[in-house]
Design a protein around this ligand. Structure first.
Ligand code: XIL
Length: 370
């Protein structure tokens, strides 16, 4: 599909440089398509002096949200966490604070303490907030998972939960992961409480309720493993297309982007997926990016370099896609990553190391944005 001018170049122009380069590179057909701009390798880009500006200033110039998932404990307890967060990012995703078990611990009690702290920090520092995640099969309270439900009793729980939480943050949370991971690895609707008791229409109902509670909020379906064209992303595509066709208020798809250098993503296949979602009129966000180095080849320096290249290529795809609104990493520093706990092994998947020092991946993002 062709675009009058790709957003990569629009953003470059908006930032007031690369114009001469653009003239020279656009003599062919590159500027009129969504094809990635002629690539510079990570090495080439990193030989340029790095801008002293923080990531968020550079991203802002490209009208891109650059975000991170935020946990409330380091936000309260670690000054460098707060400093880097406010300096480098213009968007926050609530990592756990808005999950069902945290925000709705008892049938008749909501607890906004953690979420309020994060949202307040974001407001103070002029950062957009992406709410995560209204309906998910994990991190649910016992009262929900162990309750005996019928369609008639569970439906009001779903509706009340979504209305209450979305209303609470109306005007302060710009976008939401309304439904998270509803498709399994075979491409079928995932077996969960909502599907079993309410049926597949729980998904449409969730979006309708969120929209009713905040008509201005941008609403996303979010999942992992659906980045590249393939079985799972086909199923996600079919789901969101059906919802669109039915007039359900859905605005985009979140691609979690949990990746590893051991099996680097196939960038051309992600590109194809971004294109078909754009053709549907849907936004895309890279919602939870991290890149594991475990099992990669070479020494640590080589692994961190490979990691930097994955980050940079994904950013490049996002900058080139007019519908890609955000790149969010899943944690601020390696110390806060969920990966070591989940996979039960050490790793270093994020942009800052455990001592809050920027890594090659950070520099690679900067080099591309500047
Ligand atoms: C993870 C958090 O990062 C952890 O702190 C928590 O213990 C478990 O959940 N996909 C998602 C996220 O959508 O909500 C998950 O976050 C990571 C995988």
């Amino acid at each position: 599909m062709t675009q009058p001018i790709s957003r990569f170049w629009q953003r470059s122009l908006a930032s007031g440089f690369l114009a001469a380069l653009m003239t020279s590179l656009c003599l062919g057909s590159g500027c009129n398509t969504l094809e990635p701009a002629p690539p510079s390798s990570a090495e080439e880009l990193q030989t340029q002096p790095l801008s002293p500006l923080p990531l968020r200033a550079l991203a802002q110039q490209r009208r891109l949200q650059i975000g991170t998932a935020v946990q409330v404990k380091p936000l309260q307890q670690e000054a460098p966490y707060r400093q880097i967060l406010a300096r480098e990012f213009n968007q926050i995703t609530t990592e756990n604070a808005m999950k069902f078990r945290v925000i709705h611990p008892k049938p008749d009690r909501y607890d906004f303490t953690d979420a309020d702290q994060i949202v307040r920090f974001a407001q103070t520092h002029r950062m957009a907030v992406h709410g995560h995640a209204m309906v998910w099969y994990r991190t649910q309270p016992d009262w929900l998972t162990q309750g005996e439900w019928t369609r008639q009793t569970l439906m009001p729980v779903l509706k009340d939960h979504i209305r209450t939480v979305v209303r609470q943050y109306r005007g302060r949370v710009q976008s939401w992961d309304v439904v998270n991971e509803a498709i399994d690895d075979q491409g079928n609707l995932r077996d969960n409480l909502w599907l079993r008791v309410i049926g597949p229409e729980y998904i449409a109902i969730a979006f309708q309720e969120a929209h009713a509670a905040d008509p201005k909020a941008r609403l996303f379906y979010n999942d992992y493993g659906g980045e590249e064209v393939g079985k799972k992303s086909d199923a996600i595509y079919d789901l969101v297309k059906t919802l669109r066709d039915q007039g359900v208020p859905i605005h985009g798809v979140g691609l979690q982007m949990h990746k590893t250098i051991k099996r680097p993503p196939k960038f051309d296949r992600i590109h194809k997926n971004l294109q078909r979602l754009q053709a549907l009129g849907l936004d895309v966000r890279i919602t939870e990016m991290d890149v594991q180095i475990h099992g990669g080849q070479g020494n640590l320096t080589q692994k961190l370099h490979a990691q930097a290249q994955v980050y940079q290529q994904i950013l490049k795809l996002c900058l080139n896609a007019p519908n890609c609104k955000a790149l969010t990493v899943w944690g601020l520093s390696d110390q806060h990553s969920w990966i070591p706990e989940f996979f039960k092994r050490p790793d270093a998947p994020l942009l800052f190391d455990s001592a809050y020092q920027p890594k090659p991946a950070y520099n690679a993002l900067k080099a591309l944005l500047q």
